[in-house]
Design a protein around this ligand. Sequence first.
Ligand code: EPZ
Length: 432
Amino acid sequence: MERYIIKGGNPLVGEVEISGAKNAALGILAASIMTDETVTIYNLPDVSDVKVLLQAIQGIGAHVEYLDRHTVRINGSNISELSLDYEYIKKIRASYYLLGALLGKYKKAEVPLPGGCNIGTRPIDQHLKGFRALGADVRIEYGSISTSATRLTGTHLYFDVVSVGATINVMMAAAMAEGTTILENAAKEPHIVDLANFLNSMGANIKGAGTDVIRIKGVSRLHRTEYTVIPDQIEAGTFMFAAAATKGDVTVKNVIPKHLEALSSKLIEMGCQVEESDDAVRVYCKNKLRNTHIKTLPYPGFPTDMQPQISVTLALANGTSIVTESIFENRFRYVDELTKMGARIKVEGNTAIITGADHLSGAIVSSPDLRAGAALVIAGLAAEGYTVVEDIVYIQRGYERFEEKLQSLGAEIEKVSTEKEIYKFQLKSNAS
Ligand code: EPZ
């Protein structure tokens, strides 16, 4: 079982290149099979979620060719199977994006029901509401969602909740429906805009992505394209808060500063300096951090995927902070792990009350999910002594070369598999 061993105390200093956005890439890869022509996608993050979705796409008969670690060529003309194997959905929920893509293109699709996950129950009622509104028959039986339609017809749909996944899934199906679809109360995340731009580059007619009303004029076919995925705002944010927690000076490069505004403004509130340029953001903090309060919200609010990372940073700030998680019902599972390191956090329902501690101390902790795992690494980097972070397979789902990028910023961190390697790391770092 791989884990990270970290010796804390080094301020992170330097520059780090941010990879492509995982949550944009997953929607774009699903949509890429909606044409029978060849699609080339650049700047894919080299993370396990992307690899699994590409395997799922190959599994239904599409041709997938890796040109390099970050570039794939996909051709969906020979798709022979419209039913996805369970092995993919159990690895990543986002394989359910193939529902919208296959329904849009073939008017038929079957995908096993994704279960809940570590951060919450994660219903998909809004996805199904959208497919039904387009005229599809949707049935849940034997653990799968089967959907089909003789034709898909444009509709005017109001989402009951703002849902990234439902907006993505229904936008894909509507892109090849007959007539116009209006999606109201749509999600506005950068990855929604990226998917709309990708589909438009294939000949779709989508306007308003990035606002809460998206208008989609259906087209009968989509064509080849070459497309570059946007940078990952959550990976960038993770490094920005790691800089703050370790009192470092880090520049995240290859980013879109606009996508990071909610994060930058919180870092400034907490006493950090933030400097923006066209495609980079520098974060440096020399003083003791100040407390603040946050409530996670759909974009452009503070993102739920950054809630564990800011909470860890606030655990080292002066004063008491209140963090309210309004998106998922079980996203504080890392708090018990953080408490082992000396953090003083009390969770009441969907709110965490954080009393800043003078310091954290190293411990053996376990990653409950992707972003919480990254946050525990930040805690280890800031803590005194050694921290072992277990179950890092979660972290590798969404962070490319995480330990290498941190090492380039001066972190003492290694990926190890045995006790012997942990001991060797400790001997080496004590000697240095
Ligand atoms: C996407 O999940 C992301 N995953 C999540 O990132 C992210 O946390 C989330 O959006 C919010 O930004 C991917 O993009 C692959 P939602 P998704 O539908 O689409 C409720 C990560 O770390 N809801 O926007 O599943 C739902 O329960 C992952 O990369 C319904 O009620 O999130 C939640 O409370 C973790 N019915 C809220 O909406 C539905 O049909 C927002 O969920 C759908 C959602």
